[in-house]
Design a protein around this ligand. Structure first.
Ligand code: GLP
Length: 243
């Protein structure tokens, strides 16, 4: 990355990467128990969450006062649906630690008025934020959260139509059945994400190598949403990709 404020940490595999990611998060919470933590879904952070659960069970960290904001949620899927991001977070982290459920924020994908839901989510982030530490992954096409290529960098939480490539990529969570993947989602905007004080950018797997190189060393362009991170003052990239 071109910015001086960006650190790139290279690991041999996802296990080592996830160990470090969990360590950073645990240290932050121990420094500031009322941490506002931005959470991401996807296969990349799963091992990190596993490590956090273990650390909690081992008495090394408590989530009692932690406030969380998830990046996104599918539209039209209820929180109890195993494919919802709410269900994902509960399964992989939230139901296994001592977090206060009143401090957990995930956009609702089944509300009557999704525009209103977006505005309310922004308001909540303003009230309880700023987000101290945002965990962030990257889609194959360079998307962050569900900000697909072409999304303005100033975007706030909004409703998006998912790219064909994203629907295809995420169909692996829906038994490979593309037709079952929702076509729309609510996502924090790029502008919202960029206001996080610190970002932990987790990118794992050779299939994302070309994308990550463009993100880190190419031009900042709305066509590769993650490239905007070059302009963030405090990003740590954790990757197992040879750059
Ligand atoms: C989804 C999520 C993103 C995530 C991306 C990559 O599209 N909305 O937040 O970063 O998937 O997921 P994975 O880690 O499974 O590659």
């Amino acid at each position: 990355m071109r910015g001086n404020s960006v650190e790139i940490l290279k690991f041999n595999n996802n296990e080592e990467l996830s160990e470090k990611a969990a360590e950073v998060i645990i240290n932050k919470i121990n420094e500031k128990p009322k941490l506002t933590l931005g959470l991401a879904t996807g296969s990349t952070p799963m091992q990190t969450y596993k490590n956090l659960v273990k650390a909690y069970k081992d008495g090394k960290v408590s989530f009692k006062e932690v406030i969380t904001f998830n990046l996104d949620e599918y539209l039209g899927i209820s929180p109890t649906n195993p494919n919802s991001y709410t269900y994902f977070m509960n399964e992989h982290l939230l139901h296994h630690v001592d977090i206060d459920e009143n401090n957990v924020h995930i956009p609702t994908g089944v509300g009557e008025n999704s525009e209103k839901e977006c505005a309310q989510y922004e308001r909540l982030i303003k009230e309880e934020g700023p987000i101290d530490l945002q965990i962030l992954g990257m889609g194959l096409n360079g998307h962050i959260a569900f900000n697909e290529p072409g999304t303005p960098i100033t975007a706030r939480t909004h409703v998006v139509e998912l790219d064909e490539t994203t629907v295809q990529a995420n169909s692996r969570f829906f038994n490979g059945e593309k037709e079952l993947v929702p076509t729309h989602a609510i996502t924090m905007g790029i502008g919202t994400i960029m206001e996080a004080k610190e970002i932990l950018f987790l990118v794992q797997g050779e299939h994302k190598a070309e994308g990550l190189r463009k993100v880190l060393y190419g031009d900042v362009t709305e066509m590769i949403p993650a490239s905007i991170l070059q302009k963030h003052p405090n990003v740590t990239v954790l990757t197992d990709i040879n750059l």
